[in-house]
Design a binder for this molecule. Structure first.
Ligand code: NAP
Length: 242
């Protein structure tokens, strides 16, 4: 009855994390926003590993539906324990700040930063009362060093980094760890329109990373072996920046 909740599990990095945590023996609660087709494909691949996978469709930036869906699930599954929460859902919507409408700022902040807050709040009490938990937040290189055209995205991710470090100190004595992974360029839908040929020249390893490479680090942070690591941000970027 051990579960991992992964937000944004229908595609890209989130999907790879769901599959990896399934191979680690966790049942998966797979959240996504709208792509039913990809979510169902992801569920099928997860279940090939002999665990259960339940789809939880909600928009993490919508507090009301996030609280409702998670609390209903917890009420209906009293024997289950959500041991792992991976806050992975996020969007980018790049623009130079001088041209950025308020909506473009708020949409990106709402998905990554407010989404982290709403989902984590909905799960945290049950982790505190069971005195065990692993929270892993997927942030970004952009939140560490900034990127032109990404003031909204970098602010959202830097906000999650600050929250990771604070929450880690709040819940450490309850045996709950809170860490972040900061990918550089990873080959997913989010990066498919970028000029890969030009960008890999900046990366010491001369390639984009894979979602599976991010999932390996998430799996380690989610494991019992990482019990004494908390409040950390681990970069996964082929040497681009550290
Ligand atoms: P992706 O391929 O675009 O997938 C995004 C996932 O998030 C999808 O499952 C999507 O669901 C879900 N999602 C988006 N907004 C949501 C919302 N409001 N509520 C619930 N689910 C939502 O992106 P990715 O590249 O895998 O990125 C995953 C995470 O890694 C993001 O936080 C991103 O910022 C971070 N990251 C990515 C890179 C990179 O190079 N790819 C680098 C650094 C950090 P639907 O399928 O329903 O749309």
């Amino acid at each position: 009855m051990k579960y991992a909740l992964v937000t944004g599990g229908s595609r890209g990095i989130g999907k790879a994390i769901c599959i990896k945590l399934a191979t680690d023996g966790y049942n998966i609660l797979l959240n996504y926003k709208s792509n039913d087709l990809e979510a169902n494909k992801s569920k099928e691949e997860v279940e090939l590993n002999g665990v259960k996978c339940e789809l939880l469709k909600f928009d993490v930036s919508d507090n009301e539906s996030t609280q409702l869906i998670i609390s209903n699930w917890l009420d209906n599954n009293k024997a289950a324990k959500i041991e792992i929460l991976v806050n992975n859902a996020g969007i980018n919507n790049d623009n130079l700040m001088v041209f950025m409408p308020n909506e473009q700022w708020h949409n990106v902040i709402n998905a990554s930063l407010n989404g982290f807050f709403y989902v984590t709040k909905a799960i945290l009490k049950s982790m505190v009362s069971s005195r065990y938990g692993r929270i892993i937040n997927v942030v970004s290189l952009s939140g560490l060093k900034g990127m032109p055209g990404q003031t909204n995205y970098a602010a959202a991710k830097a906000g999650v980094i600050g929250a990771t470090k604070s929450l880690a100190q709040e819940v450490a004595k309850r045996n709950i760890t809170v860490n972040a992974v900061a990918p550089g360029f990873i080959a997913t839908d989010m990066t498919k329109d970028l000029d890969e040929k030009q960008l890999i020249e900046l990366i010491p390893m001369k390639r984009f990373g894979t979602p599976e490479e991010v999932a390996e680090t998430v799996s380690f942070l989610a494991s019992k072996s990482a019990a004494y690591i908390t409040g950390q941000v681990i970069s996964i970027n082929g040497g681009l920046y550290s």
